[in-house]
Design a protein around this ligand. Structure first.
Ligand SMILES: Cc1ncc(COP(=O)(O)O)c(C=O)c1O
Length: 431
């Protein structure tokens, strides 16, 4: 019996079978749970060596194409794509740390990541020490313990727009054979490539600038491929010791790429935050215009920050592109071609003014997201930073009148007109 002679229900599920190979210029979307094996030995080979594609949770050609694209843009050796930025951060940390280990992290990080450290990793007996003054290399050094397995920071942080001196802090890590993991979500590889400045691993929320259009979630881990067993093996026994059943170690099989191989083989598929091939495609397509978008967004953001700085309703503007920002000099050293699109500013009228502001924007959208083609606004004090104490918020630059903007690619005059109208309204009603 062939499919043609089979009954209706059988024909419905078997008649469409894509066996052609064609050179699609755009990345094809392999929206499939798994892949047919050529024969008996092919299946056995796949399970013993991990080569080729068997099941989408462990590998998929669309996902793989986007991983190569992102590794190339971050100047990395290889990348693993996962379902969200949080999955990327968790995967990176669980690749380097286990029970009984310790991590040193910047305080100026996304609240979800801070929660991961404080609640989830703590329950797995992975302890974190936070560094407030991330420019102080001695503070990072002092926090390191014999069981420290990673330093973690964001290259460009929200809310104060602090810029990490990647070289200085990766040097601190290198002196102790500890990798620096950098969340590069806000800067993007269009402005800054931390692996070129000594970081070992980069993570992203691909949901933001990489995908760029606010339609999908994703995350990526990019590794420099320079794991050195002689230098760092004592900090990574899971990479250098034989595997279960005396299997060759990850390092023996993958050399300098041992870390990312472990993330791909052991962490990402087992914890299971696999990306949909469709989302991978949309991220890859977004990345193709990343440079154009970030260039325009940075230009718009600078113009808006300069405009806000001149307004009497505005008390302060925390944008690293402004010479008045404390990290402006570090920013000019690290950020190429712009200072990004996300920053905060503080209204003189406090909470009532901030409420008024978000309630009256029309071109800006009020939502919790960043890195979109559309301009967005959020009140951090009552949302993203609500779980911090008032003291912590003050130290992080989040006051009652502070608003976060994520500037999009619209015509800047329309954005400024929207802000001008809203500030007029704020002044009239809060005065
Ligand atoms: C800097 C940073 N890292 C990680 C994340 C988490 O990413 P996702 O929402 O894709 O899980 C976010 C989300 O806002 C973020 O801003």
């Amino acid at each position: 019996m062939t499919v043609d002679t089979a009954r209706f229900a059988t024909r419905a599920v078997h008649a469409a079978r894509s066996r052609e190979t064609a050179s699609s210029r755009a990345t094809p979307i392999y929206l499939t749970a798994g892949f047919e094996f050529d024969d008996f030995d092919h299946a056995a080979d796949h399970f013993s060596t991990g080569t080729g594609f068997g099941y989408t949770r462990t590998g998929n050609p669309t996902v793989r194409a986007v991983e190569r694209q992102l590794a190339a843009l971050e100047s990395g050796a290889d990348a693993v794509l996962v379902a969200s930025g949080q999955a990327a951060v968790a995967t990176a940390l669980l690749t380097v740390a286990g029970a009984g280990d310790h991590i040193v992290s910047s305080t100026h990080i996304y609240e979800g990541t801070r929660g991961l450290f404080l609640d989830n990793l703590a329950r797995l007996d992975i302890e974190t020490t936070f560094v407030d003054d991330i420019a102080d290399a001695d503070a990072w050094r002092a926090a390191i313990r014999p069981n420290t397995r990673a330093l973690f920071a964001e290259s460009l942080a929200n809310a104060r727009n602090d810029v990490l001196d990647v070289r200085a802090i990766s040097d601190v890590g290198d002196a102790h054979a500890i990798p620096l993991i950098v969340d590069n979500t806000l800067a993007t590889p269009a402005l800054l490539r931390p692996l070129e400045h000594g970081a070992a691993i980069v993570v992203h929320s691909a949901s933001k600038f990489l995908a760029g259009h606010g339609s999908v979630l994703g995350g990526v881990i990019v590794d420099d491929g320079r794991f050195d067993a002689a230098l760092s093996g004592h900090n990574a026994p899971h990479l250098v010791l034989p595997g279960r059943g005396d299997a060759p170690s990850v390092f023996a099989r993958h050399g300098g790429r041992a870390r990312i191989a472990y993330a791909r083989e052991s962490v990402a598929p087992r914890f299971g935050a696999s990306p949909s091939p469709l989302n991978a495609f949309l991220i890859g397509q977004g990345v193709e215009t990343l440079g154009l978008r970030v260039e325009r967004q940075s230009r718009n953001a600078l113009q808006i920050a300069q405009w806000l700085q001149r307004r009497e309703e505005v008390e302060s503007v925390d944008y690293v592109g402004l010479p008045s920002h404390p990290d402006h000099e570090v920013g000019t050293r690290y950020l190429e071609g712009g200072s990004g699109s996300i920053f905060t500013f503080t209204l003189r009228g406090g909470l009532p003014a901030a409420r008024r502001f978000v309630e009256h924007v029309r071109v800006f959208t009020h939502m919790t997201h960043i890195g979109d083609v559309r301009s967005l606004v959020l009140h951090p004090g009552t949302t993203s930073h609500a779980q911090r104490t008032e003291e912590e918020r003050e130290a992080l630059g989040v006051r009652p009148g502070t608003l976060r903007l994520s500037i999009g690619i619209e015509d800047v005059d329309d954005l400024i007109a929207d802000l001008s109208r809203v500030l007029h309204n704020v002044r009239e009603t809060v005065a």
